[in-house]
Design a protein around this ligand. Sequence first.
Ligand code: ADP
Ligand code: MG
Length: 634
Amino acid sequence: MSVETQKETLGFQTEVKQLLHLMIHSLYSNKEIFLRELISNASDAVDKLRFEALSKPELLEGGAELKIRVSFDKDAKTVTLEDNGIGMSREDAITHLGTIAKSGTADFMKNLSGDQKKDSHLIGQFGVGFYSAFIVADKVEVFSRRAGLDASEGVHWSSKGEGEFEIATIDKADRGTRIVLHLKSGEDEFADGWRLRNIVKKYSDHIALPIELPKEQAAAEGEEAPAQEWEVVNRASALWTRPRTEIKDEEYQEFYKHIGHDYENPLSWSHNKVEGKLEYSSLLYVPARAPFDLYQREAPKGLKLYVQRVFVMDQAESFLPLYLRFIKGVVDSNDLSLNVSREILQKDPIIDSMKSALTKRVLDMLEKLAKNEPEQYKGFWKNFGQVMKEGPAEDFANKEKIAGLLRFASTQGDDGEQNVALAEYLARAKEGQDKIYYLTGETYAQVKNSPHLEVFRKKGIEVLLLTDRIDEWLMSYLNEFDGKSFVDVARGDLDLGNLDSEEEKKEAEEVAKSKEGLVERIKASLGDAVSEVRVSHRLTDSPAILAIGEQDLGMQMRQILEASGQKVPDSKPIFEFNPAHPLIEKLDGEQSEERFGDLSHILFDQAALAAGDSLKDPAAYVRRLNKLLVELSV
Ligand code: ADP
Ligand code: MG
């Protein structure tokens, strides 16, 4: 071995130590995946080299065939992977093999419970990667040199996976990376040609470059061992270029794990080839689980872009809208230029039409999933529903389609689970119902018991219950679905249209007329606190309720604005009372103006509390209530 210089020992970043621990203890039942991960990295490294060589052909250093070699030594108990991809510099090795760069990793790691079974599920959100080598090896050595650097600028990285690694500068004649795994005792089964060949076939058949293993050759007795020969063991063609009918589900799944850096199978995929004015292939996947950084702005998103089979860019964001940022996949274009840049992608009209076609594909795929695999779609909604709710605001053209994919909790369920589709809601709507009713609020418990629902319960009309932070904002973009408009039941003067009979309407009018005097008295008493006082038709059990003005902001939006430090426009609620309620009857008959004032303020404050709002002057509420209680008990 060549001379080593500038030797140092460095510590792993804390998160790496945690990941290593988690990996070793939770992935023991599927050890062989280490090979898939290392081959995946080698393939990425070759992709990067190919791409950089487009503008700097000298990086190819003579241009030997790009490939990956996997070999083993039964006696030394080692497995070795070698690629002639982009390679790593000393700095690269220190950062890429000693830290995890993803933002939010530290927070993610804090969530580990120490319960290995539970934690092993978390790894799916993370991907396992290079460190999976330590599942089978108690020492890993990496010899690498970045393409373009001098042979004297090679790097030797080595670690026992126990908190630190050693790094030294070495001579390395060939560009690329060689990884030597010193197998743990008990893991020597991997130092075996047959075993390795099977693992490569199983997980890495789709890798688009040749993976070679030593040819098995029986040396005839007495003869000298022949020179080493290699043979390709994988299919070595880009998966998305093959016809759909010839690709097995397992191949699609393994390919997903490679490009998605995921440990689990995807939920669904869609593979298409477009010919005509534009020519491209796409292979899009819906992951089974949300990555931990789904809501982080800088988190990687976007598709892997190829131009005529040459890898050009990771995380090409221009091909899908933001609300579909969880989709993983590949797009391979025949129309783009090989030196396309992110800036060009943002402006190119070709990209616009590809984007709208790919968006449709994804929405179609989700529709299919919802229809054919409702249980799986439930899981999808749990993971990605919040992100899908960004859709109607971002993607006007597909509003109706997206609305069809949304799922809501409703008064029909009793667990707050979001599993009602709008189509389903309409299918079981009451005769004469031409609206979609909904109520937004802070928590499910709060909206479920809201007085706003009383009349709906009485008439057996279903109401959607929306309690996600984004919901009110979402509803400001959704006006109708299937020709039926949405109605916020806490807003404005509730008009049940055909759901109220002519008699009911007439009766309501008469009651309202007979209570005009009471309305005026309450108005005078509550004064500035309300914008209007009126008789309610939506209450059966509660004495009073606060409705939001037709044009006013709802509570969620107000809170969001307040939290972001913005000025919230002033708005006053409408006080509606239930004329049939004993407390209101009492109020109506109250002679003392002082007591009338106390009682109407108490009713107002109670209505605010029931709506989940906080009181402007809680002490006054308590004082008034106690006064009444004392009078009651005398
Ligand atoms: P990921 O593949 O998701 O980026 P990994 O843990 O698998 O994460 O790899 C970490 C990083 O180490 C890679 O992103 C790459 O920069 C570097 N790396 C790993 N293997 C190789 C290799 N064979 N050649 C060049 N770089 C590599
Ligand atoms: Mg990797």
